[in-house]
Ligand binder design. Structure first.
Ligand SMILES: Cc1cc2nc3c(=O)[nH]c(=O)nc-3n(C[C@H](O)[C@H](O)[C@H](O)COP(=O)(O)OP(=O)(O)OC[C@H]3O[C@@H](n4cnc5c(N)ncnc54)[C@H](O)[C@@H]3O)c2cc1C
Length: 421
């Protein structure tokens, strides 16, 4: 290919497609290169997408996008040694406007990339970008196999282990900055899912698990309801997993056999298994001369314990990258000085603002007691409160007795939690 493009986007995940769609609508000549056979082919993971960012770009996208279920029920399960305690939150107001949807990436990514193509972008799947072309220390294109293609700007939207950000000389992520996400898709009839999760037809649930499921390693479990399958998985800190020498696959196998989980997935057929890394901290640099980094490639994921948000952050950063390219094109100057407008937009909008708000969360969430002492405490306390086998104590006295010897620790952790989350 010898044609020169205005913009080349590497990767057709949510960040790449959001950038391509926005740029094509603005009239730019855009090329997206995706290494998978089709967008989403390599992105089997994911579960729930918060709707806000995509709704700004494509209003009421759910009327045409292949979403699975609108999430109206949120559950949080504390898993103790012998018991579990679940908070079950159902909110009519999460229905309209919808807060989040479950999605299957293989379908969703194809739809989103096609929206960019309909808007005028050129999509080339099945090709891996290997390197960048440089001219006077400025990125001026990409290398894919023997092909060299030039552009005014390259957007690296190639996911958590971004080869392109690395080739651009941006600092590599350390293993401590990654979590590992493992996920199974388990097929079940629609009606069974709705009965087991107490859902109205077409509505969905997100259930998070904290405690025994991650074997004292910081992380958590999740189940998201798709139309006729469940996304079941674990997110866990990689460096602790390595230190404890635990096989990651065994964790998900044991999660499936936990009584609470086993009842929900009973009779289901495993359709696929996938694993991928999730960045925990953002890159120190998100742009250089002629190049911007969006989505996971820039570490733009926020894990606040209760919400794991990568897809909406990727979409918003893709849109911001497009706006920065527009500004650079107006000045015909693609230097880092002009492209720095990208970072300004990310700070003004929610992406870098939320990263800042929750910057202490990754460190707080590494506290092992969150996965051992506290889930166990909640379960043991409710055991005391519900058991009738003789004279009963008042609730407050039961709390004092159960927390004996741990109160200072609990108070300190509560303070840390209030600062971090
Ligand atoms: C198990 C798991 C569960 C998750 N659950 C959620 C969730 O519930 N909600 C949520 O919001 N987020 C979730 N995330 C995070 C979310 O998946 C990511 O934040 C999101 O996919 C980031 O989008 P992206 O476009 O930046 O990158 P990606 O989705 O990773 O897309 C990158 C694309 O680039 C392509 N690519 C890579 N290298 C090259 C190359 N050299 N040349 C060409 N193409 C290339 C890839 O094939 C891919 O299509 C989860 C992650 C995991 C691992």
């Amino acid at each position: 290919m010898s044609e020169k493009f205005d913009v080349i986007i590497v990767g057709a995940g949510p960040a790449g497609s959001a950038a391509a769609y926005s740029l094509a609508k603005m009239g730019f000549n855009v090329l997206i290169i995706e290494r998978g056979k089709y967008p989403g082919a390599k992105n089997v993971m994911g579960g729930r997408m918060y709707a806000y960012a995509l709704n700004r770009l494509i209003p009421e996208f759910w009327k045409e996008a292949p979403v699975e279920r609108k999430v109206t029920r949120e559950k949080l399960t504390f898993q103790g040694e012998k018991a579990s305690f679940t908070l079950d939150f159902m909110d009519e107001e999460l229905r309209e406007p919808p807060n989040s949807f479950t999605v299957q990436r293989a379908k969703f990514d194809q739809w989103f990339a096609n929206k960019a193509v309909e808007a005028g972008a050129t999509l080339v799947p099945g090709i891996r970008v290997d390197d960048l072309i440089w001219e006077n220390k400025k990125v001026v294109g990409i290398v894919a196999g023997t092909d060299k293609i030039e552009a005014n700007v390259v957007i690296a939207a190639d996911g958590a282990v971004s080869l392109i950000a690395e080739k651009a000389g941006l600092k590599k992520f350390d293993v401590k900055q990654f979590a590992l996400g493992m996920k199974e898709i388990i097929e079940l009839p629609e009606k069974t899912i709705e009965e087991r999760f107490n859902l109205a037809s077409g509505e969905g649930a997100a259930q998070l698990f904290v405690g025994q499921c991650t074997k004292e390693i910081p992380g958590g479990g999740f189940i998201y309801t798709n139309k006729s399958s469940l996304s079941v998985g674990i997110v866990i800190y990689i460096d602790r997993l390595i230190k404890k020498k635990i096989e990651s696959h065994n964790i998900i196998l044991e999660f499936n056999t936990n009584p609470e989980v086993a009842r929900l997935i009973e009779g289901g057929k495993i359709l696929e298994y996938s694993a991928h890394v999730i960045p925990e901290t953002s890159r120190s640099g998100l742009f250089i001369d002629g190049l911007l980094v969006a989505g996971d490639a820039g570490g733009l994921v926020v894990n606040s314990g209760l919400t794991l948000r990568g897809m909406d952050m990727a979409i918003a950063s893709g849109v911001a990258a497009a706006e920065a390219v527009k500004k650079a094109a107006e000045k015909n100057d693609f230097s880092k000085e002009i492209l720095s407008y990208y970072e300004e937009l990310l700070k003004r909008d929610f992406v870098l603002r939320d990263k800042e708000t929750f910057k202490k969360a990754p460190e707080f969430l590494q506290n092992e007691k969150l996965y051992t002492l506290y889930p166990d405490f909640v379960c043991r306390l409710f055991h005391r409160l519900t058991l009738v086998n003789g004279p009963k104590k008042r609730v407050f006295d039961e709390i004092l007795e159960e927390s004996e010897g741990k109160r200072i620790q609990m108070f300190l952790d509560m303070l840390r939690g209030m600062r971090a989350l």
